[in-house]
Design a protein around this ligand. Structure first.
Ligand code: ZN
Length: 78
């Protein structure tokens, strides 16, 4: 969801205080690699909490392909 795809070096926590060079989206302090894009675990939790509480409410767009009542045309036959 919010996790960037390029976090493959996330496991090696050599220096948790290493900055990402980008401000924390929560408090605008310098973000740390260990918690990127946030500056701390706390801010990450805040962001997560916003998601869970619906602050980032995503409009439930109906999927146009969700109509299983109609027979599907053989688009991809292999
Ligand atoms: Zn922060």
């Amino acid at each position: 969801m919010v996790t960037p795809a390029n976090d493959n070096d996330n496991e090696k926590s050599a220096e948790a205080a290493e900055q990402t060079g980008k401000p924390c989206p929560i408090c605008a302090r310098p973000g740390l690699r260990a918690y990127r894009p946030f500056c701390s675990r706390r801010c990450a939790d805040v962001d997560l909490g916003r998601w869970l509480s619906g602050t980032y409410a995503v409009p439930a767009a109906p999927d146009p392909d969700d109509e299983d009542e109609f027979p599907h045309e053989p688009r991809d036959r292999e």
